[in-house]
Every structure is written in C-alpha cells, then in structure tokens.
Design a protein around this ligand. Sequence first.
Ligand code: FES
Length: 142
Amino acid sequence: MPEAGPQFLCRSDDLAERGKGVGFDVLLWRQPARGFALRIDGRVVAYINRCAHVPTELDWNPGDFLDAERRIIVCAVHGAQYAPESGRCLGGPCGRGRLMPVTVSEGGGEVSWYPSRDIAPLAFDEPAPPAPPAPNTEPPAP
Ligand code: FES
C-alpha cells in the first residue's frame, strides 16, 4: 500500500515552548489512535499518545503532558517519566520502553506529520463508502 504524504498537524504558533501538546488523530496498525506534538527547545517532537507501561493515553488533562517544571513527560496513570526529546523512558513503570515517535517537519508557519508503515492518516486507510444504488428507471416486467 502506498504511503500518504505529509499531513497538516497544526500551525507553528499553536506550539509554545514546553507548552501544551497538540493532539492529532491517526490509525496505528489500522486502529484509531491519537498522536501529540510538543515544542521542546525550539524543535517540534511528536509521539503516539500511548504509554509504554499500559497502552493508555498519557495526558493529565487534554494537552497536559509535561511535569510541573515542564522538563519531562509524565504519564498521568502511574507516573512513568519520558524524555521529551527522545521519548525514552527515564523512570517509573515504563522500564526499557519508549514512546513511539511520529516524524514531523515544520516550515512556512505549519507543522506536518508523516505517515509510515505503522501510522496512517484516518482518511487514507478507510475504505471508500459504497456507491448509492442506481435509480431503477426500467418499467416493471409484465
Ligand atoms: S499507564 Fe502510564 S505509567 Fe502506567
């Protein structure tokens, strides 16, 4: 299956330095999932919003991924800690796991994410709806 091109994620202005994350919908292994993007040290990073401990979303409130000092990503469920630059587990129940990265780029005031073998845009993978039945213009057979 061919991969789709870059997908609009948000405007650059939507991502403040170590501010709230911006979520986006994807298909991960053909199942609906969410991604999120953060701006860390000026650079945009993005991950699938799924903890390496238990596959659940990380944010405390929608878009709140970082700790009080805004240094690390902390899972709201059991407190796993992740490096925001790499998604690597720093401590807690994520063990040797890491967040699944999503490739992003920024240019022209916009941030885009790139589909991969595992991560697809929602519309890209959905089957086309069936065509409506053609109207029957033939008179009934005698
Ligand atoms: S689900 Fe994230 S630390 Fe347990």
